[in-house]
Write a protein that binds this ligand. Structure first.
Ligand code: GAR
Length: 215
């Protein structure tokens, strides 16, 4: 059995993805330690979840910093001390600048509620419905300096149902997120996902556009 991985989780909101990761650790499916949970938003319920689970948690309020560079510098300082294997963005609604991304190469993961590269940014469920897309999904990827961009590790799809509204779609997407994020973290822990340059190798197979996962 390979050793546990250590994580820093960054979030801005409700923290249901953080909760899914905590649950996977608690039920033995994911061998990991969350060393710190950081939010840029002091009102994020994700911080409360971290507290309730006895995890170290911290708000680094972005309102208190004059620009992205100084904010990122503070983040780098805090996260470096924790010496984690992976930085897990779980609804962290800020772009990380190039200093941050270069400081932690191949270590920053993000989950996004769309089939990237389609619909980076906000309101993805709305866009899917407005465009009458038949499919929607979630993507887990390595983070580069762009908005929701970087090499894709994995994705899951669902069919959009007739007459489905935005909140119904969002809740089905969340279910996929709560499955795939812990799953990919677990594969990373087991050494089954390797990152070579910007190519992702899972169980000895190279995936150019990410592996499709099934629930
Ligand atoms: C999730 O749907 C996640 O994919 C999304 O924020 C939500 C956070 O939910 N992330 C992005 O849109 C990143 N661009 P949560 O706080 O309940 O985990």
């Amino acid at each position: 059995m390979s050793k546990k991985i250590t994580l820093a989780v960054l979030l801005s909101g409700s923290g249901t993805n953080l909760q899914a990761i905590i649950n996977s650790i608690n039920n033995g499916k994911l061998q990991a330690d969350i060393k710190i949970v950081i939010s840029n938003n002091k009102n994020a319920f994700g911080l409360e979840r971290a507290k309730q689970c006895g995890l170290k948690n911290l708000c680094i309020d972005d309102q208190a910093f004059k620009d992205r560079e100084t904010y990122d510098k503070k983040l780098i300082q805090i996260i470096s001390k924790e010496n984690v294997d992976f930085i897990v963005l779980a609804g962290f609604m800020r772009i990380l600048g190039s200093n941050f991304v270069k400081r932690f190469p191949n270590k920053i993961l993000n989950i996004h509620p769309s089939l990237l590269p389609k619909y980076p940014g906000l309101n993805t469920h709305r866009k899917v419905l407005d465009n009458k897309d038949k499919e929607h999904g979630v993507t887990v990827h390595l983070v580069d300096e762009g908005l929701d961009s970087g090499p894709i590790i994995g994705f899951m799809k669902l069919d959009v149902s007739e007459g489905e509204n935005e909140s119904e779609l969002e809740s089905r997407i969340h279910k996929l997120e709560h499955f795939i994020y812990p799953k990919i973290l677990s594969q990373l822990q087991e050494g089954r996902v390797l990152i070579d340059d910007s190519k992702i190798k899972i169980d000895e197979i190279f995936y150019e556009n990410g592996k499709e996962y099934f629930n």
